[in-house]
Structure formats: structure tokens, C-alpha cells
Design a protein around this ligand. Structure first.
Ligand code: PGA
Length: 250
């Protein structure tokens, strides 16, 4: 039995005061009971405040990025031990926005995954094809390279990783992949994990869907056999819509 995981990726939004209000409201509405593991990923600047706010409630704390070295001369970067020090339990890596705007490669993703696991946290590894790649029928090829290269050599430790399938054309566009497209991609990814780490690990790894998940489509997507919750962008910035999405994992 895989416990679904719903994570809010707040991206570069929310000043500290706003972040505290949003985290408090989500925690209050979940009221101690949640059908899914819930993770809030605020910007670095609000991690401490959000961590304090959710301490006694169900949400866990996640970060949106990390550097692969644990310390040193890397001006402007944040390390995995620093995130662990703030009680982070999850870190998003390889988000398509980081791949597109900040040249995050699969090699970088792998180094970050290693650093996150070594610090005792869990990576949420994002993969997904662009519209052009889907239209030229390269979805599986692209996703296979991202999964194989981003998680190379992780082996059994893959149990502690979460994979987020996020078709780039569905992120922030209001355009969601169809249930058929989502199930197909998730089953494909689970198959690759099986090749890399064996069937037991493949059966245990959670694969989230991300890309314009809303209260109106979450239940249908989360009910798919290989979908274990979601990575939520825009709809995670309102407690109403985020909690409705969490409850759709029931
Ligand atoms: P979206 O973002 O829900 O706003 O499409 C998802 C994501 O980028 O993780």
C-alpha cells in the first residue's frame, strides 16, 4: 500500500507573513486528519516560519531546490544539511522551471538526489516532456533518460524517493494531461524503476502527477492505479483549493 503524497510547490511566492497565514490555514483545515501525506514547499526565506507554523499539524516541510555540496565556497547556494537543520523532510529537484531557466541537468539532479538522501531527507524528482516532445512522440524516450540519468545508481534507496511526472505543457497552463496520458506515463515510469531497482522497489515508489491539478480534476487523477498524489503549483497558494485537492486523495 502506497500512501499518497500531495505537495504544494509555492514557487517564488509568499512573503513570510503570507506564508505563515497560508500554512496556518492549511493546517487548521486539515484538522489533524489527512488522507494523504501533505508537504508544503515554501521559498527558502519562509522555511523557518512555515516549519514553526506546521509543527503540531499534519503538513511536513519541503524545499524547492538544494545544492549538492554540503558546504563551501558556493555563494548564494543552500545545502542539504542546512535544509535538514530547518526540519525539512523533502526537497524538490529537477523541476522543469529549473531545467529550463537554470540549466539543471540530469547530472545535477543526480548529485542533488545523493545529497538529499545523505542528509536524511527525501527527494521529489520531477520529470516530464515538453509539448514539442509529446507531439513528436518522444515522451517515453525523454522521460526514460530523465529517470535513468537522474536516479542512476540509487538502487534500493529509491524507496525513499518520490517521482513527480509533470508534463511541461501542463504546468501553469490550465491544461491537464488526460487520465489516459497520465496513467500511461506513470506505469511507464514505474516500469523503469522496476528495471533499475527491482519490482519490490517499483511497487513502493510513489509517483505524483503535477500540472494544473485543481479541485475539479484531482479525484479522477488520484484514483488512477499508478498515481500516488500530486505536486501542486498554482492551486497550492489558496488553502481552500489545496485542502480540497488533499481530500481528493481519499
Ligand atoms: P501548476 O504547477 O499546478 O501550477 O500547474 C505544478 C508544478 O509546477 O509543480
Amino acid at each position: 500500500m502506497r500512501i499518497p503524497i500531495v505537495a504544494g510547490n509555492w514557487k517564488m511566492n509568499e512573503l513570510i507573513g503570507e506564508a505563515i497565514d497560508l500554512a496556518a490555514e492549511v493546517t487548521r483545515r486539515l484538522d489533524g486528519a489527512s488522507p494523504a501525506e501533505v508537504v508544503l514547499c515554501p521559498p527558502f526565506t519562509a522555511l523557518r516560519a512555515v516549519g514553526d507554523t506546521i509543527r503540531s499539524g499534519p503538513p511536513k516541510l519541503g524545499a524547492q531546490n538544494v545544492h549538492w555540496e554540503s558546504q563551501g565556497a558556493y555563494t548564494g547556494e543552500i545545502s542539504a544539511p542546512m535544509l535538514r537543520d530547518l526540519s525539512c523532510e523533502y526537497v524538490i529537484v529537477g523541476h522543469s522551471e529549473r531545467r529550463a531557466h537554470f540549466h539543471e541537468s540530469d547530472e545535477n539532479v543526480l548529485r542533488k538526489v545523493e545529497a538529499i538522501l545523505a542528509a536524511g531527507m527525501r527527494p521529489i524528482v520531477c520529470v516530464g516532456e515538453t509539448l514539442e516532445q509529446r507531439e513528436t512522440e518522444r515522451t517515453e524516450e525523454v522521460v526514460r533518460v530523465q529517470v535513468e540519468n537522474g536516479l542512476r545508481g540509487i538502487g534500493d534507496r529509491l524507496r525513499n524517493a518520490v517521482i513527480a511526472y509533470e508534463p511541461v505543457w501542463a504546468i501553469g497552463t490550465g491544461r491537464t494531461a488526460t487520465p489516459d496520458q497520465v496513467q500511461q506515463a506513470h506505469a511507464f515510469i514505474r516500469g523503469i524503476i522496476g528495471e533499475m531497482a527491482g519490482e519490490a522497489v517499483a511497487g513502493a515508489v510513489r509517483i505524483q502527477y503535477g500540472g494544473s491539478v485543481k479541485p475539479s480534476n484531482a479525484a479522477e487523477l488520484f484514483a488512477l492505479p499508478d498515481v500516488d498524489g500530486g505536486l501542486i503549483g498554482g492551486a497550492s497558494l489558496k488553502a481552500d483549493s489545496f485542502v480540497a485537492i488533499v481530500n481528493a486523495a481519499r
